[in-house]
Design a protein around this ligand. Structure first.
Ligand SMILES: *[C@@H]1O[C@H](CO)[C@@H](O)[C@H](O)[C@H]1NC(C)=O
Ligand SMILES: *[C@@H]1O[C@H](CO)[C@@H](O)[C@H](O)[C@H]1NC(C)=O
Ligand SMILES: *[C@@H]1O[C@H](CO)[C@@H](O)[C@H](O)[C@H]1NC(C)=O
Ligand SMILES: *[C@@H]1O[C@H](CO)[C@@H](O)[C@H](O)[C@H]1NC(C)=O
Ligand SMILES: *[C@@H]1O[C@H](CO)[C@@H](O)[C@H](O)[C@H]1NC(C)=O
Ligand SMILES: [Mg+2]
Length: 365
């Protein structure tokens, strides 16, 4: 108390002497007023800097190192597990040992589970057999992919009108099967004639949405046409599904992904797309609605990549758990330049949830 009084007294006297020594330039009163406003200006920055410092000193909690009480508290803090697949449940060559058991334990523990992927091309049947092979009790309703999310979004918003869709045949056909009016647009080649190109690009009928996902037949002409629609009709919705900048084909081989093509359209039209593929924000809102979750903090996002999975989770205000069975190694976590991508929790692999529940259940008795 005394020392506190002394230090504030010292501060007051130093302000006094500071202002006295500048008397020759401004009046004493003006000096005090200036110092007061300077303090007001600096305060917000000081707060931001200290918050940042708090943030960057954060390290993720290790799932199995938590005490039983902490484990229980963690378990009661979420209702839905939203998980990535590649690098979590399986990898390029095989199923990740015990990962399926980890998901089953979460389900037995009463958690809703949903798997999120950007790949809409696999049919639901393929998924079911793939999940069963990985040892997961799987229901197709638990799958979240751009095609499904876009159909849900159109349904929820009671969408009406024509859709111009740049995507693979399976994607377009599924939109049609769901009852939507997709503009016929067979992929074609052009001769070097502006009139032929013009006939294709300029459509007099107004569409209500342009949708872009992965299209193996991506072409300049399709994007010119989409650009016309989006610039001529401000109320025409601009929706994107998968938005990967690159698609890894096999180790060391990458091809240009749909995200790069969408970037061109986004820049040229100066429009912000409604993003219904990972890591789109509209996707996280849709997930909350679809799985009936009241608060975003009651979702636990699990993934193996800092940028794609943890970044998506953080932006969506979900809790985040990183597993080390995929694309992130210990040193990546330590070196991460962007400390905002540091997950809340980390664990070796999904199989750890088996031990996690074993400990919690044994402690109940
Ligand atoms: C895939 O997972 C298996 C089993 O967990 C592991 O042995 C293998 O090294 C992993 N492969 C790659 C490419 O990460
Ligand atoms: C843990 O115990 C609960 C009942 O208290 C049970 O429903 C659940 O299946 C158990 N989980 C595991 C992984 O054994
Ligand atoms: C989806 O993203 C993953 C990784 O981000 C990638 O391996 C995969 O090829 C992508 N698929 C599609 C259809 O975009
Ligand atoms: C669209 O929503 C209605 C209820 O609003 C529902 O009955 C219908 O099954 C939904 N259709 C699809 C394709 O999800
Ligand atoms: C590419 O376009 C051709 C011709 O319209 C079509 O037959 C084919 O199915 C398209 N490919 C995909 C992956 O959609
Ligand atoms: Mg992954």
């Amino acid at each position: 108390m005394d020392s506190c009084f002394c230090s504030s007294y010292r501060k007051i006297t130093s302000v006094h002497s500071f202002c006295t020594s500048f008397k020759m330039f401004f009046s004493y009163r003006n000096c005090i007023i200036m110092l007061f406003f300077a303090l007001l200006l600096v305060l917000p920055f000081a707060i931001v800097v200290t918050q940042r410092a708090k943030f960057s000193s954060k390290t993720p909690r290790k799932l199995l190192d938590m005490t039983k009480d902490e484990k229980l508290k963690f378990l009661n803090s979420f209702d839905l597990v939203l998980s990535d697949l590649d690098g979590v449940l399986w990898n390029q060559s095989e199923d990740i040992r015990g990962a399926g058991d980890g998901f089953n334990a979460l389900k037995l523990g009463g958690k809703k589970v949903a798997f999120v992927t950007n790949n809409s091309v696999r049919s639901p049947k393929d998924y079911v057999s793939r999940f069963h092979a990985a040892g997961v009790d799987f229901n197709p309703e638990e799958m979240v992919h751009p095609l499904k999310s876009i159909i849900d979004y159109l349904n929820i918003t009671k969408f009406e009108g024509r859709i111009y869709c740049i995507a693979n045949e399976l994607f377009k056909n599924s939109l049609k099967e769901a009852g939507y009016d997709v503009i016929e647009d067979p992929s074609k080649l052009f001769t070097e004639s502006f009139s032929e190109l013009g006939k294709y690009i300029f459509d007099k009928e107004k569409p209500s949405a342009v949708i872009v996902d992965v299209d193996f037949n991506f072409s300049g002409a399709k994007f010119m046409r989409a650009h016309q629609y989006l610039t001529r009709y401000p109320d025409c919705k601009y929706i994107v599904g998968a938005s990967d900048k690159i698609l890894p084909i096999r180790p060391g081989v990458e091809v240009l992904g749909p995200g790069r093509f969408q970037d061109i359209l986004t820049q040229a039209t100066n429009r912000t797309p409604i993003a219904l593929g990972k890591p789109g924000l509209e996707l996280s809102e849709l997930v909350l609605q679809k799985f009936d979750i009241s608060e975003s903090s009651r979702v636990l996002m699990i993934g193996d990549m800092l940028e794609q999975d943890i970044g998506f989770g953080k932006n969506s205000n979900f809790q985040t758990l990183l597993v080390m069975t995929g694309g992130t190694k210990d040193h990546d976590l330590e070196d991460a330049a962007n400390r905002e991508l540091i997950p809340d929790f980390v664990t070796t692999g999904m199989v750890d949830f088996v031990d996690f529940f074993a400990e919690i259940n044994s402690s109940k008795i």
